[in-house]
Design a protein. Sequence first.
Length: 134
Amino acid sequence: RLSSLGDSLTGGVSMSAAAMCSKLVLSFVSACLGVGACVLTLSALRRYALDGELSDAVVGAVGRLSRFCTIALAAMLLLSAALAVLNMLLARSGLGLGSVSFPVSALIYCFAVLLGARFISAHKRLRDENDMFI
């Protein structure tokens, strides 16, 4: 009876293949989000190189990067948490997925880019305020 439950949950695929597939999906999604963050980072740096200062276009590019990193972090963490919950539910019936790992390098990169983007935005606001006094 449990084997038929396992077959219905995994679509007839063995659990080792389902575990491998879930890990591959998590790795693929985190890699794609990391590449997207890298592309947006390079775009913001190129805009900064073209303008030579923190212009409104640079701040706009950094704002897009910040929003993307926020969404990417949420997506990676939610996907990892969903796989962990699925693993916990399936482990009770003996059909666990194995270990579920968080995409640490992509998370660290997105956190660092998000902090840098927020720092740049705050720096631009302070510089504009200081320019108003001069």
